[in-house]
Design a protein around this ligand. Structure first.
Ligand SMILES: [Mn+2]
Length: 417
């Protein structure tokens, strides 16, 4: 029997909610997946795209990724991957670079054989404009009886719900020049499966929550292939819990009210997502953020909707609509933004900062990036990031690693009162 471990959408380098704790969580999720492969002594690992969160991942993430892949390589377990929509670059890919270290290899339309009885194929994420003209020509395996497993990174229906899908699974299968037995997919972050036109089709899901609507356990998939027959087992990963806390405010509600509401939830070590509704009071979103951290949350995220008129839009199919963060992330991945633009975007969306602090911070990021870009000097002035010394050039995402204290003006170098 040949055993494979399928993992996907690891999004290394995702500094979710502007948090370095979350950034580490994505590394940990990836590592946990690789550990499962080692525990089960699989014959190979397959990764179906979005290894990294951005096409310009932080260098520490690339290094950590290689370290972790090496633990599998040292056990004789090869790692085969394809490129996703988030980490896709124009020509050479990150996987090509990592391949130089001997810890990974890219799948393509020629078969990569595992134990002579499984033929692995890979087609990188195809952007929508290129879809119609994309060639799905696979070279036949050397061994006629081999189990043919194609890896792709697309939203295909089924099993992706029709409203979220880009294309139909049946269309993909029809466009292939050879028959396949299995289609291992990435891009959709939930573990789902379906049988389409005689082909087993499944998503392994992501290894960390990319948004709060990814509610089920994160997982990887153990595949067993015996005489051309496939068995599949979902292995759940132990990831940081998410807790959603809704707090309604009346005129006189302040700190004590917020505290007693938060107390109803076990937020120790969790990502606490707090929604504030009702009347705007003197208690700020920043106060609530501080409160949940004091009460043991590892990460806090406060959405302040107080004082807003709510339109009753009636019965819309909201359950089927994707989380806004997920939609934004996808658009950003497609947008080919510059480093400074990504840094400012992350700053704006990443935290519940006051507008003034945000303005100052964004302006500084842009000014620093301009200085770095237009300076004739060999060593352009380093951006003033306070006590922290950065080992990366200015303009890199590193410059955005401000703490919440920085953003709220609680830092020591604030100056003004
Ligand atoms: Mn993804």
């Amino acid at each position: 029997m040949t055993q494979l471990l399928h993992l996907s959408d690891t999004h290394l380098g995702h500094r979710q909610y502007g948090s370095d704790v979350r950034r580490q969580d994505f590394i940990d999720g990836f590592e946990a997946g690789i550990e499962r492969a080692i525990d089960h002594e699989v014959d190979a690992l397959i990764h179906t795209g979005d290894l990294f969160h951005r096409r310009t991942p932080p260098l520490p993430e690339v290094n950590r990724c290689i370290d972790i892949l090496r633990t599998a390589a040292d056990e004789g377990i090869p790692f085969y991957g394809i490129v996703g929509n988030h980490d896709r670059k124009i020509d050479d890919q990150w996987l090509d670079l990592i391949e130089q270290t001997g810890t990974a290899a890219r799948l393509d339309t020629s078969p990569t054989m595992v134990n002579d009885d499984v033929a692995l194929y890979g087609i990188d994420a195809v952007p929508t404009p290129a879809w119609e003209s994309a060639g799905f020509e696979l070279a036949p395996p050397p061994n006629e009886d081999a189990y043919r497993l194609l890896c792709m990174h697309q939203l295909l229906h089924p099993p992706v719900p029709d409203v979220m899908a880009e294309h139909s699974t049946e269309e993909v299968i029809e466009r292939l020049n050879i028959e396949i037995d299995g289609l291992a997919l990435g891009d959709y972050h939930e573990p789902e499966s379906e049988r389409v036109a005689g082909v087993d089709v499944w998503y392994s899901g992501s290894t960390e929550r990319g948004s709060s609507d990814e509610q089920g356990p994160r997982s990887v998939t153990l595949l067993g292939i015996d005489n051309g027959r496939l068995t599949r087992q979902q292995l759940d990963l132990d990831t940081r819990p998410f807790r959603t806390i809704d707090i309604g405010f009346d005129e006189n509600d302040g700190y004590a009210h917020a505290r007693s509401e938060v107390k109803n939830h076990d937020i120790t070590g969790a990502v606490a997502l707090v929604n504030l509704t009702g009347t705007r009071t003197s208690l700020t979103a920043g106060d609530v953020h501080e409160l949940v951290l004091e009460m043991g949350a590892a990460v806090g995220r406060v959405n302040d909707d107080r004082g807003r008129e709510h339109l009753d839009v009636g019965d819309t199919p909201s359950a089927a609509v994707e989380d806004p963060d997920t939609l934004i992330e996808t658009r950003i991945a497609d947008a080919n933004l510059s480093e400074p633009a990504l840094a400012v975007e992350e700053l704006v969306r990443g935290d519940s900062a006051t507008t003034n602090a945000l303005d100052d911070k964004a302006e500084k990021l842009i000014t620093d990036a301009q200085e770095a870009a237009f300076s004739d000097e060999e060593d352009a002035p380093e951006p003033d990031t306070g006590a922290e010394t950065t080992s990366e050039p200015s303009g890199d995402a590193k410059a955005t690693q401000t703490s919440f204290a920085d953003l709220t003006g609680d830092d020591t170098d604030g100056g003004s009162r």
